[in-house]
Write a protein of this length. Structure first.
Length: 120
């Protein structure tokens, strides 16, 4: 594995967009907290995925995992866990972000920082 797989970053970009638009995609925009959370979480995931396309760093993958974890936990924390389809969307999309970032962390586990810098 000499190269970083860019398909993972592309999928994460798409997940960030879907998370950001999820209240509107499932037509549940009644909660301003859920809307703001989706927009900000989706934007954070989108930006981290773009950064990873430019330069591979361990902290980016770790932050992506934590963002995915937040997206999964946010319906409970923000109180919209029983609000129709939106929690299901956030749990599913956040879970995918966590899985992809965990896979990327696992891929790069034995690589040094110098190895990561040379992936691009």
């Amino acid at each position: 594995m000499k190269e970083h797989r860019t398909w993972e970053d592309g999928v994460t970009l798409i997940l960030g967009i879907l998370i950001g638009l999820s209240p509107w995609l499932c037509q549940e925009t009644g909660s301003s907290a859920a809307n703001a959370n989706a927009a900000l979480s989706g934007l954070a995931i989108l930006l981290l995925a773009q950064l990873e396309m430019i330069s591979v760093k361990r902290w980016e993958e770790t932050l992506l995992f934590l963002c995915g974890l937040w997206v999964v936990a946010s319906p409970f924390v923000l109180g919209f866990a029983g609000a129709g389809q939106l929690p299901v969307w956030t749990w599913t999309l956040g879970g995918f972000v966590m899985m992809i970032s965990a896979f990327e962390i696992w891929q790069d586990w034995r690589k040094t920082d110098r190895d990561l810098a040379n992936l691009r």
